[in-house]
Structures are given as C-alpha cells and as structure tokens.
Design a protein around this ligand. Structure first.
Ligand code: NDP
Ligand code: HSE
Length: 437
C-alpha cells in the first residue's frame, strides 16, 4: 500500500455498494485523520454502467469490464459487495491471487468456499475481512474472533435474517399479510437479490455456518446446518404463541454437545421474557454463551444500506490500519485452520415442542391424541382448546410438550396426520429454552 493513500476497488454498486461509496465520501477527512492516509476509490465494477445508483459515482471510475478493473495497479483493497458464487467467486480468487486484501459481505460465497478462499489469501500473504457477511451492522465477528477470544463458546442463538424478522414482526405486531411484508422488505433493501434465500432460512444458515466456525473453531459449511424457513408459518400459530406468552422468531442455533455440534435454523417460540423475543423489524441479535463470560448479547440493524456499509467500511479501515492483516497471520482462528467437526443429528436432541392439531370434534378424541403422543414417550406439558362456534367438525387443539426427542415428535406428528381423528398435518414448532448464563 502506498504511503500517501490506499486504493479501493469496489465490485458491486447496489444497495450495499452505494452505501459504501456514500460513507467513504462523507467521512473522507475523518478516515484520513484516523489512518494517517486517505482512502481513494479507484474503480467500481458493475454489470451495467448505465443503471442509476443511490450514490454519486464519477463516470470515469465505473466499468463493466473485469479486465479494466483488475488491470488497475493502484487498487490495494478489493471490496466485494456484488453477491453470489459465480462469477463473483472468481473475482475474489483473482483479487487474492494478485495480492490484494479482500473485504466481502458475501455470506453465500464464504459458506460455500470459505476454507479454500482463506487458504488462498494466506498463500498470497493477504487477508479476507468479512464482518458484513453476518448480522449487518453488528460487529459480531469482531466479538467472536477477538473480544470473546478467552472463552470456550458453548452455544449461540441468533436472529440473523433481517428480512424474516421484519416479515414476522409485521405479521404479529401489525397484522400484515406475509406477501405484503415481503414486498416491503424488498423495497427497503433488506432482502437478497433472490429473496427465497431469506424466507427459506438459507441466508441465515450461511451466516450460522460462518459464525459457528469462528465460535467453535471447527470447519463448518452451510450443508451442515439443518434448515427450515418462515415460508410455511401460519398466522394462527403466531396468535396462539402470543396467547401462550411466546413470539415466533426464525432462530439460527449452534449448540455444543458432548458428541459434537447441533447447527440449525428454524422458526421457534421464544418466551416473551427472553430479550430475543423483543427483537423486532429488520434488527438482528445474537446471544452468545461463553464458559467464562456467561451470556453476552449483541443487537443492531441486521440489514439495509448504511448499517451494512458501516460493517464493510470498518473492515476497510481495519485492513488499511494493518492490524487485521497481522491478526490474520498471527492468530489460528480462521476457517482454513479449523478441523472438520462432528455434527449431531437434530432428531437425537431433546427440546420442548408446540403442536397445533385440527382434531375431530367428537367424544374420545383427546384420549386418542394423548395415546399417540404418549406411546412415543412424549410427555404433555399443557393442552389448550377453545370453544368454537364453527361447524367444520374440527377444532384446533394446542399441545405443548416437556423435553422430548425431536425424532419422536416428528413421528408423533406423522402418526397424528395419519389418524382418523385429525385433519391434515399438525403444525409443529420448537419452544426454545436458552441456557441460564
Ligand atoms: P444488490 O443486488 O443491490 O447489488 C449488487 C451489485 O453487484 C449491483 O451493483 C450489481 O451490478 C453488482 N453485480 C452483481 N453481479 C455482478 C457481476 N457479475 N459483475 C459485476 N457486478 C455485479 O445487492 P446488495 O447490495 O443488497 O448485496 C450485495 C452483497 O451484500 C450480497 O452478497 C449480499 O448478500 C450482501 N449483504 C447485503 C445486505 C443488505 O442488507 N442488502 C446486508 C449484508 C450483506 P448492477 O447494478 O450493474 O446490476
Ligand atoms: N438479506 C439479508 C437479511 C441481508 O435480510 O438479513 C443481510 O445479510
């Protein structure tokens, strides 16, 4: 890097990229003062140079030609905020191989190819900074890598997808329809270019793979995370949850067990007394349980233009200052340095559950339902049934369980679905019980 200035090459100028350019412009003097050198935007690579941008970008910096971008000798740090695997993975490889540090917000790429890319960076004596890939503006990676370095992390529970949290909040707090809330989240710049990644839980699974790798010091990829999204949540379950004292949240969960790790993303009931239940709109939060520190919670804007730009530009500053590349070399905490981990089958783990059953409104049904559940060794904690004016012949029956093996609860749901006293498949949600810490 030059003595006078640090050259930035930006790949992508959409929601996040425009925020990065805005921040580099408005804080130019302050950053120069903090670093003792200025940060200079040298090139911006996009697909289409004529698309209108949220930020003011000098026309001579814009290019749609990767050769022009990579041919610029004055770029020291490549900032990748384009997204996706292909061709962007190739751009990141090319930057690293050319000896440029990389700052990226691309969780898809890191969850799929992180180990290989970190090793490539090491080979070329450069680093990858990736704070914006998880939790938007929350410095959660910084906390796991450095701030909590003294700990053995035992568990982590995160609301990691702003789009899903926004949709769930709109549905539960404002009575919004699912489709309208998703359209709104897209318009606000929270959603991925392909929003099915958000609502199916895949985006949160990618982030969890990155977080779990750092938290536990093991190699993880997104396929290790069992995943269920919010696209099948029914409004009745949100309402019953409120009646029982719970909010539905899409949680990303990483738990250390004696035999290995459980990594999963799924909607679940969080008790209203838990701080995670109060995280609304596009906010994210991560509860980390460390053996020495106990419970630490990190909260902030999990998506959107300026919060994400905050994480990206902070990475640029930390790389430019030189301490982050040094830590990349001197601390064995990075994904390419971890051994593969043993995953525990979620079916073998005990949790509490909520079941909503459409039960036939005739004598003896409760006994039959209780027998199916009891025969699988599941103990019922509470049962709720309201009087109904409807004449459909079926009534909603809500059952919560004590701790039960997940595989058995699945079997019970299947047996209930097959039974002649139940219509359709029961809705089944985990009731989360956070460690005390
Ligand atoms: P956008 O879709 O808004 O912007 C993507 C940008 O990348 C566009 O400018 C696009 O160019 C450019 N681009 C895409 N493919 C190529 C390519 N092959 N060659 C050159 N340029 C390309 O996405 P976001 O800004 O929302 O997201 C960017 C990244 O940040 C993603 O990895 C996302 O997961 C991540 N992220 C996003 C957050 C958010 O809140 N939006 C939060 C945290 C992370 P053009 O404009 O010409 O089409
Ligand atoms: N689409 C993502 C979300 C962006 O909604 O959380 C932040 O990573």
């Amino acid at each position: 890097m030059s003595e006078a200035s640090i050259g930035i090459g930006l790949i992508g100028c959409g929601t996040v990229g425009s925020g990065v350019i805005t921040l580099l412009g408005e804080m130019r003097e302050a950053y120069a003062q903090r670093l003792g050198r200025s940060l200079e935007l040298r090139r911006v690579l996009v697909r289409n140079t004529t698309t209108p941008r949220d930020a003011v970008v000098p026309a001579n910096l814009m290019t749609d030609d990767p050769e022009t971008f990579f041919g610029d000798p004055d770029i020291d740090i490549v900032v990748e905020v384009a997204g996706g695997l292909d061709p962007v993975g190739g751009f990141v490889e090319r930057a690293l191989a050319a000896g440029k540090h990389v700052v990226t917000a691309n969780k898809s790429l890191l969850a799929a190819r992180g180990v290989e890319l970190f090793a490539l960076a090491r080979k070329h004596d450069v680093c990858i900074a990736f704070e914006a890939s998880c939790g938007g503006g929350i410095p959660i990676l910084q906390a796991l890598k450095f701030g909590l370095a003294a700990n053995r992390v035992d568990a982590l529970y995160g609301i990691l997808n702003g789009t899903c949290n926004y949709i769930l909040s709109q549905m539960s707090d404002h009575g919004a329809e699912y489709d309208a809330a998703l359209t709104d989240a897209k318009a606000k710049g929270f959603a991925e270019a392909d929003p099915t990644l958000d609502v199916t839980g895949a985006d949160a699974a990618q982030k969890l793979a990155i977080l779990a790798s750092l938290a536990f010091g093991v190699a993880v990829n997104a396929d290790d995370v069992s995943c269920q999204g919010i696209d099948e949540i029914e409004i009745e379950d949100i309402h019953y949850g409120v009646e029982l004292g719970y909010a539905i949240k899409l949680l990303a969960i990483a738990e250390r067990q004696d035999e290995g790790y459980v990594l999963r993303v799924h909607p679940c009931f969080v008790h209203m007394d838990e701080p995670l239940s109060q995280v609304r709109d596009a906010f994210n939060a991560v509860s980390v349980f460390g053996h020495a520190v106990g419970h630490s919670m990190f909260y902030g804007h999990g998506a959107g233009q300026m919060p994400t730009a905050s994480a990206v530009v902070s990475d640029i500053l930390n790389v430019a200052a030189g301490w982050y590349p040094q830590a990349f070399k001197s601390m064995a905490i990075w994904p390419d340095q971890h051994e593969p981990s043993q995953m525990v089958d979620p079916d073998d783990v005990n949790n509490r559950y909520y079941l909503r059953i459409a039960a036939r409104d005739v004598p003896g049904v409760m006994a039959k339902v209780a027998k199916i559940i009891g025969d699988l060794g599941i103990s019922i904690s509470a049962i709720l049934q309201h009087e109904s004016d409807e004449d459909s012949g079926f009534v909603p029956l809500i059952i919560t369980t004590h701790d039960a093996r997940e595989g058995s609860v699945r079997q019970a749901a299947e047996a209930l679905a097959q039974s002649d006293v139940v219509a359709g498949r029961p809705a089944c949600l985990r009731i989360i019980e956070l460690p005390t810490g």
